[in-house]
Ligand binder design. Sequence first.
Ligand code: VGL
Ligand code: ZN
Length: 197
Amino acid sequence: MEGHAIDIQPTDALIVVDLQNDFCPGGALPVTDGHQVARAVNKFLRRFDRVVFTRDWHPDDHCSFSDEPEFVDGSWPVHCVQHSPGAAFVGDISVPLNAIVVDKGCDEDAEQYSAFDDSDLAATLRAKGITRVYVCGLATDYCVKHTALGGRENGFEVVLIRDACRAVDNPPGSKEQALEDMKDAGVAFCQTRDLAE
Ligand code: VGL
Ligand code: ZN
């Protein structure tokens, strides 16, 4: 049997996190197999009426940038600089015209892994009657995790589309830790095949 194990409701929204060139192989902060997420997303994207695309959208002097990034301490190579090719959504995906785009990390002095931090995303979704969000994208152990936890903190049901995410996994084990943290916060899990057209 193909797909559709899950019925998508009008009260459901999809959040695609940071599906940007810099997080894919060849980019500034590549996530192993990051580009494969686009293929997964294309299998269920059109089933959702409400879609959110987040993007890491840094000024060129963002506080997380370092010439000698250590990753584990929150210092990263220069990545996703506003308007640069690396910050563009990956070409394999076509962002729906009515998608809500949430930019994050725009303030040079602050890190922002969650799309719910310092944004009106929760209020916007509530105003549209959304009660549950499906989350996927890059990277499992950073912005996906914090966005999923942020969804829970703001009272949404959250479902992680497990195989439509990829992790930095630095420090090693951070991917498994992230999955555990999400589970502990009440995040549910599904797979692309449960949603696919
Ligand atoms: C991210 C590290 C730095 C992410 C963003 O999107 O997961 N990770 N900035
Ligand atoms: Zn960033």
